[in-house]
Ligand binder design. Structure first.
Ligand SMILES: NC(=O)c1ccc[n+]([C@@H]2O[C@H](COP(=O)([O-])OP(=O)(O)OC[C@H]3O[C@@H](n4cnc5c(N)ncnc54)[C@H](OP(=O)(O)O)[C@@H]3O)[C@@H](O)[C@H]2O)c1
Length: 263
């Protein structure tokens, strides 16, 4: 990694934690962000190179603090090579039932925080004439299934924004990679927001049968290092088939939509 500096949000658990271990093992210097400082410290201590790893607590919903957080992040190692936008929340609820405030909350965290942090760091990448934004989308960023309207809307929006950004900044040697994971075994379902904004608090069978976070992180690492524009990450199962059907036979996918109701 040539001592590359990689900033990972949502690094306190699940995919972000696994990415921290993968990048540290590869020799990167790391900045780990999320709200829970003790969990970030735990992840730091489990990294291959804790001495090359800094904890930078931040709440992605506090957009007003981002300029300050970017200053701190740049102060840690002098520069940043890669920002992995990963922190986020999922959602479960029918459109009919889900409160508008929940639709907004998911959009704030899963979309606007990514836009705002990108805008805060972009001048640094432009000045250095290099940099890489990595964006944790989802299969739900490409298709729509029942019970996930807020989450799918935010993830779809990421594709629009970051495809436009790539078109603007690739002549400046700045890369953008969108990752579209299928089911990955993490606490994403337990932490998902329900129709009134309370946490779902229970595991999902589909997620429990998904790819392990460690294996997902290794696949992500390879896709990022190849500079892919977009990469599906997951098992070659129903989620991958849904992506293909969405392009080739969207009506068939709609008939199958009930199969994707979260269990
Ligand atoms: N697991 C899957 O099947 C799957 C599939 C597709 C996409 N994804 C995406 O992968 C990303 C990571 O999810 P995960 O599966 O690893 O779930 P997770 O274990 O619940 O991780 C979510 C992470 O986001 C952080 N976070 C939540 N709210 C935050 C806030 N307001 N400010 C800062 N950080 C916040 C959490 O840290 P704190 O609580 O410490 O703040 C945690 O580190 C998400 O963007 C998710 O949409 C997951």
């Amino acid at each position: 990694m040539n001592n590359k500096v990689v900033w990972i949000t949502g690094a306190s658990s699940g995919i972000g934690e696994a990415l921290a271990y993968a990048y540290s093992a590869a020799g990167a210097r790391l900045l780990l962000s999320s709200r829970r400082t003790e969990e970030l410290e735990r992840v730091k201590q489990q990294c291959a190179h804790p001495d090359q790893t800094r904890v930078l607590p931040m709440d992605l919903l506090n957009i007003a603090s981002f300029d300050e957080r970017v200053k701190e992040a740049l102060g840690a190692f002098g520069h940043i090579d890669v920002l992995i936008h990963n922190g986020g929340v999922s959602q479960r609820g029918l459109v009919l039932d889900t409160e508008l405030s929940v639709q907004r909350q998911v959009m704030e965290l899963d979309y606007f925080s990514y836009v705002a942090l990108t805008k805060a760091l972009l001048p640094h990448f432009i000045e250095r004439k290099t940099g890489h934004f990595v964006v944790m989308s989802s299969v739900m960023g490409k298709i729509g299934t029942p019970m996930r309207s807020a989450y799918a809307a935010a993830k779809h929006a990421l594709h629009g924004f970051f495809d436009c950004l790539r078109a603007e900044v690739s002549p400046m040697n700045i890369k953008v990679t969108l990752l579209t994971p299928g089911y990955i075994r993490t606490n994403i379902a337990q932490n998902a927001l329900t129709k009134d904004g309370s946490k779902l608090g229970q595991a999902s069978q589909n997620i429990e049968k998904g790819l392990s976070a460690d294996k997902a992180a290794m696949k992500m690492f390879r896709a990022i290092e190849k500079g892919k524009f977009e990469a599906y990450i997951g098992k070659p199962g129903a989620e991958k088939m849904a992506l293909v059907l969405n392009r080739l036979a969207p009506r068939l996918l709609m008939r199958m939509a009930p199969k994707f109701v979260p269990k």
